[in-house]
Design a protein around this ligand. Structure first.
Ligand code: BT5
Length: 324
């Protein structure tokens, strides 16, 4: 039934200011006119509004500024990802909900998304600021057929996918800061959190948490991040259709994770390097064990960062925070 609702929406979106009759919708979707009427009522309850023109039909007047399943699905162009979307107004965090669904067997590409997180989190239990209606706060369940030690590469896969989607929808190109940040103008626009459900030998699920600042104005950010964060709206000067961006991210996430499984990391590594602002830079590396300075000389075919120290020695960095 969710499908018919989103098909109705899609048709009315495409029809623009031309009325579409209930009978035409009923015929095209092989349901009764009463069913169409009920779906229209449901859409109205979701915040959509329609003009009803006597004997002619419906015109879509207003769409709520939401990232609900119907709007994402109307823009979706993927074989698998986003077929199941669990949408919430507010959640503590989308991650535990996605973990739970994955444990219950949810399919690859299942999405948990909300307008607002009250306890959004980054790596190592850091806070992720997630204001209502401003961003994309979502978790996507992946089930790639890879061993657990390859999980961190999916952070890099997701980074490439999100850059591509932002290029398509917004027309600007963020830079990737290893391992999990996207920056514009050296300010953070996106954070990625890759979590794992695995046995010793194989991955049951990857829970990819994606946080993207979209329609924030400068004074929407709280003091503690206002000097390090930015949004797509601040950077592009336009209000962005979040549902459309979500659909594009899901498209590239499916494309690149399939590519990874089929061809390995090397083809994706090339794209990653093109977008990276890390390689070739002097950086400060903070791991759980130590802090050191060096030059980021590259990533390996396993996605590990290579850092050359002042004495010429090269260190492999698997997980860290870096400062440019
Ligand atoms: C991350 O962690 O960057 C991963 C963020 C993942 C968020 C998504 S949203 C959907 C899903 N559900 C969740 O609860 N989480 C995921 P990390 O590299 O540890 O960076 C965290 C740091 O980024 C914080 O300590 C702040 O300094 C900064 N920060 C917090 N909120 C931010 C925001 N909205 N924009 C830019 N920077 C932010």
């Amino acid at each position: 039934s969710g499908t018919i609702k989103h098909e109705i929406l899609k048709k009315l979106q495409h029809a623009g200011t031309e009325p579409t009759s209930g009978q035409a919708l009923a015929d095209q979707l092989s349901v009764s006119r009463t069913a169409i009427w009920k779906y229209i009522k449901q859409l109205e309850a979701d915040g959509y509004s329609f003009e009803t023109i006597h004997k002619k039909g419906y015109i879509l007047k207003n769409e709520p500024n939401l990232i609900d399943a119907a709007r994402i699905k109307a823009a979706l162009d993927t074989p698998t990802f986003g077929q199941a979307i669990h949408y919430f107004d507010t959640l503590p965090s989308t991650q535990p909900v996605a973990h739970q669904l994955a444990q219950e067997g949810a399919a690859a590409g299942t999405v948990v998304i909300c307008e607002e997180q009250t306890a959004g989190r980054g790596r190592m239990q850091r806070q992720w600021v997630s204001q209502k209606g401003k961003g994309i706060w979502m978790s996507v369940i992946l089930r790639p057929d890879v061993p657990p030690y390859e999980a961190p590469q999916f952070t890099l896969v997701a980074a490439v996918a999100i850059v591509k989607a932002i290029e398509d929808v917004v027309g600007i190109s963020p830079k990737i800061k290893w391992p999990n940040d996207l920056l514009i103008d050296s300010l953070k626009i996106t954070g990625i959190l890759t979590e794992l459900q695995a046995d010793p030998d194989y991955v049951n699920a990857l829970i990819m948490g994606l946080g993207i600042n979209v329609n924030h104005m400068a004074d929407d950010f709280p003091d503690d991040i206002k000097d390090i964060a930015t949004s797509l709206k601040i950077q592009s000067g336009k209000e962005i259709d979040r549902a459309h961006l979500v659909a594009r991210i899901l498209y590239y996430l499916e494309f690149y994770s399939d590519k990874y499984v089929a061809e390995g990391f090397i083809p994706i590594k090339k794209e990653w390097e093109n977008y990276s602002c890390t390689i070739g830079q002097k950086i400060k590396v903070t791991t759980v064990k130590e802090v050191f300075h060096g030059v980021a000389v590259g990533i390996t075919n396993d996605g590990v960062l290579k850092v050359q120290l002042p004495d010429g020695e090269t260190k492999s960095v698997y997980s860290a925070d870096i400062e440019l």
